[in-house]
Write a protein that binds this ligand. Structure first.
Ligand code: PMP
Length: 396
């Protein structure tokens, strides 16, 4: 009989919750209207989108008019970074704003910042990250200049799971803004934080926040960007003027309905799921560190998402480990799924000071609400066998 597959890559994506799927379903078939249409079919779809906007607004503690639906966090991050920077340039008579971000952001933030630099639209500071995987508030404060107008720091890192001090950064920016004529805009990529942490925008004191539904048991290809009322963002896509003229294109109605439902469930289940995955994750870390020699955990032990563990196995190639585990029916990752297949060392591990040779032995294991102890124990059994086999082949 074929062994049941084990999925331990919840940071890459999550299965759609069956409750989410059942509320989405009618919007593929009988309720298929275009929300821009005036007739009953259109109104039915438009009402569903507005209901999801309200649910999302409750989740983030904001006004529904501050939620823009997008195709996911990549698009939200592009719109936040490029849209805010272009708007600043337009309102400053063409002078370049200074943007601060960190070296270990997701590639959609880093590449958006690079694009702005190439086009002469902004100067960007990429802040280093400590060995513990945390950005230092002091470094942010020191990097701020008179023309600093946008700061973007991710809430939870997608590879090592470390939690950045968003509330403290928000407080610092609020304090500095009280004496500045041109206010600094604060953006966070909260994609990996939604399931586990407080995302009320006023508690975080953020002006812009990005997320993707497929990381929270919702569908792929849909997400949103929160934009605080008084913050100017210039659209980067032109068309029919949907989403308050900030994101043209026919709305992904089933996806948006699914996003709303997924956010509602995430809020309800947060405490229970956090407790469950943290307990299993800690059991896994304890057993791996005890039962396998030459293993290191990357990033802070305490300030990390409850579902994430990122290890380095000495004398083993992470790719070999991943493939060996895949044969055993266990799905894990060496880094982020977006850079899988890319054999360059992870920019996240480099940013936290892991030497290149060591970084090749990295393995990211991310748990989710459907993970069981039986799965974790079966994973550890396979892991021990694969590590031993690879070390033997390498003559170690
Ligand atoms: N930011 C972070 C932190 C992520 O983890 C991801 C997904 N790996 C993204 C942005 C991009 O999300 P999507 O691929 O859904 O656009």
């Amino acid at each position: 009989m074929k062994k049941k597959r084990i999925y331990l890559d919840y940071a890459a994506t999550t299965p759609v919750d069956s409750q989410v799927f059942s509320v989405m379903r009618p919007y593929f078939t009988e309720k298929f209207g275009n929300p821009m249409s005036i007739h009953a079919f259109g109104r039915e779809a438009s009402n569903a989108v507005e209901k999801a906007r309200q649910t999302s607004a409750i989740f983030f503690g904001c006004d529904p008019s501050e939620i823009i639906f997008t195709s996911g966090a990549t698009e939200s991050n592009n719109l936040a970074i490029k849209g805010a920077a272009i708007s600043l340039v337009n309102h400053q008579g063409g002078s370049k704003p200074h943007v601060i971000t960190t070296q270990f952001e997701h590639s959609c933030i880093l590449n958006s910042c690079k694009k702005l630099e190439e086009q002469g639209m902004a100067e960007v500071t990429y802040l280093p990250i400590g060995n513990d995987g945390l950005v230092k508030i002091n470094d942010i404060e020191k990097a701020i200049k008179a023309n600093t107008l946008l700061i973007s720091v991710m809430y939870v890192n997608n590879e090592i799971g470390t939690i950045q001090p968003i509330k403290e950064i928000g407080k610092l920016i609020e304090k500095l803004n009280s004496n500045r004529e041109q206010k600094i805009i604060f953006h966070t990529d909260a994609t990996q934080a939604i399931n586990y942490f407080d995302c009320k925008v006023d508690n975080l004191k953020v002006d812009l926040l990005s997320m993707s539904a497929h990381k929270i048991y919702g569908p792929k290809g849909v997400g949103c960007l929160y934009i605080r009322k008084n913050i100017r963002v210039t659209r980067i896509q032109d068309g029919g003027g949907q989403e308050f003229n900030l994101r043209s294109g026919t709305l992904n109605v089933p996806g948006i309905v699914g996003l709303g439902a997924a956010l509602e469930i995430a809020e309800k289940e947060r405490k229970k799921v956090s407790k469950l995955v943290e307990k299993l994750r800690d059991h896994m870390i304890t057993r791996i560190m005890k039962e396998i020699k030459g293993v290191k955990l990357n990033g802070s032990k305490l300030k990390r998402s409850p579902n994430n563990a990122n290890f380095i196995f000495q004398d083993v190639e992470g790719e070999g480990l991943l493939l060996g585990l895949d044969i055993e029916g266990v799905a894990v990752s060496t880094g982020s799924a977006c850079s899988a297949g890319d054999l360059r060392p992870s920019h996240v591990l480099m940013a936290i000071g892991i030497p290149e040779e060591e970084s090749h032995g990295s393995l990211r294991v991310t748990l989710g609400k459907y993970t069981t102890k039986t799965e974790i124990d079966r994973f550890i059994k396979s892991l021990k066998e694969v590590v031993a086999r690879l070390r033997k082949i390498a003559g170690k």
